[in-house]
Design a protein around this ligand. Sequence first.
Ligand code: GDG
Length: 428
Amino acid sequence: MTGDNKFVVVANRLPVDRTKSGWRASPGGLVAALAPVLRAHSGCWVGWPGEPDTHVPPFDFDGISLHPVGLSGWDFENFYEGFSNSSLWPLYHDLIVTPQYSPEWWDAYKSVNKKFADAVAAVAAEGATVWVQDYQLQLVPGLLKEARPDLTIGFFLHIPFPSPDLFKQLPWREDITRGLEGCDLIGFQRDEDEQNFRALVGASGPRTGAFPISIDPGAIHPGAREDVDKLREKLGNPRTLMLGVDRLDYTKGILQRLLAIENLLEQGELDDVAVVQLATPSRERIEHYKQTRREVEEAVGRINGRFGSVGTPVIHYIHRPVPKGELGTYYAAADVMLVTPFKDGMNLVAKEYVSCHPDGDGALVLSEFAGAAVELNQAYLCNPFDLESIQQAILGAVDGDPEAMRAMHKRVTEYDVDRWAQTFLEAL
Ligand code: GDG
């Protein structure tokens, strides 16, 4: 049985969340990147609607046809929280925390990948192009190639691919590489990720390439002058406003940047500064995420207790998602953007910030371990494992360089998400 979709995107999640009043577009790197591309190609999207044990029939949202794949509570715990986010996520991010390997999680990963592959096989037209997204679905290409040899299959890995030495820890390493070898083309964020994969499969494996993902500059607008002024006023009109925007994840180095700020305050090297840290809740049932939240919140409390005053804390911390429309105001208002992950496939927040600074104002502190550092190498680069290095980058950024910001703005707006998708699909 085949469907009538000539172009199918398949990702763990559909690009929507359910609210009391219906579906709305969800935040997150993947969604931010792919929705515009899909609309342009009038294709369909196969993914999980985000609610376990619920049947959701296919529906249209914002011009995109969505095909839900149902997951049970057991699938969610073992496939998503387990194998995807407690085995693969820490392994692929170079063991920032220790991965756990469980045969039960692996069984769930296999059976859920099969569900996704079956769903795609049912909606894809004869000879269709299928674009599989990310680490949760690495077995889908192999399964699809077997069931539907007529399809052209691409895969894009949004997170890093680890060095072979680390990857070989995985008890099911050969199943994963075999799954990926069902592809016609595998895209990675950076050359290094591609080389790590190539070192495992050798010269005879599938075609691979580096395709750094980018943003849709039209979807993120720098806040209006009066909103920016209002925000700065609410924060006590500080001389320097610093900003962090992250999913609350241990890969993002949120605690490390707070510790660097604390050191600088202690040494009297920063004054009249306000820091806004927006931390979207993420994967909250997993213990390492709970621990990261506890550590971040303890640091926020301690720093405010030591250096804040009544009515003007130093760190303004929000642990809720912020509406997309407001993010542009924060980006435009911030003099210094802090992006300090220990490891990150790309980091779209860095690119969104740059895109909100067309006039050369503002400065970006960026980890060398973010994929974005390849293109945004004129940022204030730092090593997040070295607090002194973060501190030096922050001090440099406080009197930022307008030429550097202009050059980075040009890069981000020219090489946008449409160019990314076009480049990948043309190569496919
Ligand atoms: C993975 C890879 C790669 C954040 N807070 C809010 C919010 N966001 C949006 C940002 C941005 C996106 O979420 C985060 O994207 P990142 O790229 O920074 O990070 P991951 O979620 O880890 O994404 C990453 C990406 O995939 C794409 O390939 O770059 O390396 O880890 O767009 O703006 N959006 C809203 N409210 C928030 O509070 N609305």
